[in-house]
Design a protein around this ligand. Structure first.
Ligand SMILES: [Zn+2]
Length: 144
């Protein structure tokens, strides 16, 4: 499915990603579905609530959005006739390709935007969604 964003949404994601470097950033994408495409209406930065603090398991490699934040934003979205259509997060010093842990925690209905942040500067940005076999497929992005 096609994901439609505007330049302000992209700028917000990139700025957030650079600001949390070398840790991963994350946030929620609100929008709606129509005509075989998803249109982004708002991008909401959230705190990375990942709790691991070991060398291999920490916010530089993982992200989490607190369940109570997801619920709150879901409610607010519903009041505005919008939906949570995806999640974005960053990969500090790694490509914009989903990791195995990204795949395991992913929801079928969502788009997953990943932005690569080499050396603290936001770089390549890609969107992904799960197919019927729970494998990530890249999703086309339209900027308008
Ligand atoms: Zn990831």
């Amino acid at each position: 499915m096609l994901l439609k964003l505007n330049p302000e949404h992209l700028l917000l994601i990139r700025t957030h990603a650079a600001s949390t470097y070398p840790e991963e950033c994350c946030g929620i994408i609100l929008g709606y579905l129509a005509n075989e495409s998803k249109t982004v209406v708002e991008v909401i930065p959230t705190e990375n609530a990942w709790s691991g603090e070991t060398l291999e398991d920490n916010k530089r490699r993982r992200y989490a959005i607190a369940p109570e934040i997801m619920l709150k934003i879901q409610k607010e979205a519903r009041d505005r006739s919008l939906h949570i259509i995806g999640i974005y997060h960053s990969h500090p010093d790694n490509p914009a390709i989903p990791s195995e842990s990204d795949r395991i925690q992913a929801w079928q209905e969502y788009s997953y935007i990943i932005v690569s942040v080499p050396n603290g500067k936001a770089g390549e940005l890609k969107s992904w969604h799960l197919d019927g076999d729970r494998q990530f497929q890249e999703e086309e992005i339209e900027i308008a």
